[in-house]
Ligand binder design. Structure first.
Ligand SMILES: *[C@@H]1O[C@H](CO)[C@@H](O)[C@H](O)[C@H]1NC(C)=O
Ligand SMILES: *[C@@H]1O[C@H](CO)[C@@H](O)[C@H](O)[C@H]1NC(C)=O
Ligand SMILES: *[C@@H]1O[C@H](CO)[C@@H](O)[C@H](O)[C@H]1NC(C)=O
Ligand SMILES: *[C@@H]1O[C@H](CO)[C@@H](O)[C@H](O)[C@H]1NC(C)=O
Ligand SMILES: *[C@@H]1O[C@H](CO)[C@@H](O)[C@H](O)[C@H]1NC(C)=O
Ligand SMILES: *[C@@H]1O[C@H](CO)[C@@H](O)[C@H](O)[C@H]1NC(C)=O
Length: 384
């Protein structure tokens, strides 16, 4: 699979990729071969819009947040990034600058500037104003259970060097298993960090609209320390003995309140928006697990990534522009509220391109392709 898509991407690079413009809102409907899961995707952002798996009673629930009105994926004012691929460089870039080769705080030569689209124009977020979430991807392959979207990201777009050709493949497999692969190749040295930006509520807002019944477990004894705007400082924080410690399973909703005054998600913010470093992820056993004791729905994630961003929807509710819930979540007269959902991004160390001390090489070039793989395994857990 990996080799085939790399050959495919390299062929596109050599011969010039035909950018087949598809309808950004054309629904791609996938079903697992055994009927255990169903999902919908759209070419805009290569986004996952709905995902149904069975709960403890064997009834399907749609556990992904999104919009029923698909045009809102394009027109939404505060753009929460519901379900897309984020890139060319996910998360934040300090001052929107970096150098190649990399240097601390972009102090070296050969400097690049990308849009400062967050925090009042002081840093870059998710690849700038026109990130991968805003592009219409092409549908390169489609069966009843697999879809591959491709994207040509031209040199200079949003200020990034070199053309990047990216492919994301979503596959629904038997036993409610969702496999996601992202591959990318570059014509010049450039930073690449992709991720999937999915908002989850494993209860589909049926029993509760908080995260108290959501539990998580993952082995990470360090997070990347950040400033009040969530920009990495270059330091790491130890999680043991703090609300950031999820090595032993605990309620996410209960933990959110214990973050008060800690500013883990930025100045005066309550909740989590942090990048945890996995202690020893072998890429075969689940690195991250989350479940709801109310619906019984559980996700175990196997990934090749080094780190994990978890965001507890701290800023999702804006009273002047509340986001209507999908009908499958009790909408549209109800809204998505603060601390009612969870974004889980398997990724690399954030802003490593401005922090050489992290020792993580995120510069890709011809002969060094980028590869991201995560498998989401859904199951039902009984609680007495
Ligand atoms: C997706 O396909 C399945 C199986 O063909 C069908 O039951 C379902 O209604 C479809 N869903 C949508 C949203 O088109
Ligand atoms: C969908 O959203 C668009 C704005 O993006 C709006 O103009 C349109 O009226 C909405 N459609 C429905 C059916 O609500
Ligand atoms: C870069 O960002 C940091 C905060 O992340 C800020 O202190 C510094 O002034 C910024 N530098 C420039 C040149 O904007
Ligand atoms: C944003 O920047 C403008 C211009 O520098 C400044 O007047 C304003 O107070 C800033 N707002 C915030 C929230 O920092
Ligand atoms: C968390 O704090 C909020 C606001 O003070 C409160 O409404 C809620 O009940 C608390 N949750 C828990 C689990 O203590
Ligand atoms: C809330 O939404 C309004 C309208 O889109 C926007 O102007 C404002 O900046 C938003 N507030 C926050 C805190 O994001």
């Amino acid at each position: 699979m990996l080799c085939l898509s790399l050959i495919f991407l390299s062929t596109l690079l050599l011969h010039g990729a035909p950018q087949v413009l598809t309808d950004p809102f054309e629904i791609v409907n996938l079903t697992a071969p055994d009927g255990s899961a169903m999902a919908n995707f759209i070419p805009l952002g290569a986004a996952a819009t709905n995902l149904w798996v069975k709960d403890k009673n064997g009834r399907f629930r749609d556990i992904l947040l999104g919009y029923d009105n698909l045009t809102m994926y394009e027109t939404d004012p505060n753009h929460p990034n519901f379900g897309p691929v984020v890139g060319r460089y996910a998360n934040r870039i300090r001052n929107g600058t970096f150098t190649i080769p990399i240097s601390k705080d972009a102090s070296g030569p050969n400097k690049f500037q990308v849009p400062k689209n967050e925090n009042n124009g002081t840093n870059s977020l998710h690849g700038g104003y026109f990130g991968y979430d805003r592009r219409t991807w092409s549908v390169a392959k489609r069966t009843s259970s697999v879809v591959t979207f491709t994207l040509v990201d031209p040199a200079g777009e949003q200020g990034f060097p070199g053309t990047v050709i990216a492919a994301v493949t979503y596959e629904l497999k038997a036993k409610a298993t969702w496999k996601i692969s992202m591959e990318a190749v570059a014509t010049e040295k450039t930073p690449i960090m992709l991720s999937g930006h999915h908002y989850w509520n494993l209860e589909a807002y049926e029993e509760t609209s908080d995260l108290i019944g959501h539990f998580a477990q993952f082995d990470a004894s360090r997070v990347i320390a950040t400033d009040g705007h969530l920009i990495p400082t270059g330091d790491l924080l130890d999680t043991p003995g703090t609300p950031l410690d999820f090595r032993v399973a605990k309620s996410i909703g209960v933990s959110i309140n214990t973050t008060e005054g800690k500013d883990y998600c930025g100045t005066d913010c309550v909740g989590f928006d942090n990048c945890w470093i996995y202690d020893g992820n072998d890429g075969r056993q689940p690195a991250f697990s989350v479940w709801s004791i109310n619906s019984g729905i559980r996700i175990d994630v196997v990934t090749n990534q080094l780190a994990l961003q978890v965001y507890t929807c701290n800023g999702i509710f804006n009273a002047s522009q509340p986001i209507p819930r999908k009908a499958s979540h009790g909408g549209p007269s109800l809204f998505y509220k603060k601390h009612s959902c969870l974004v889980v991004e398997q990724e690399s160390w954030i802003d490593a391109i401005n922090n050489p001390e992290f020792g993580v090489n995120q510069i890709y070039e011809p002969g060094r392709p980028y590869s991201w793989g995560s498998t989401y395994i859904f199951s039902v857990q009984e609680f007495s």
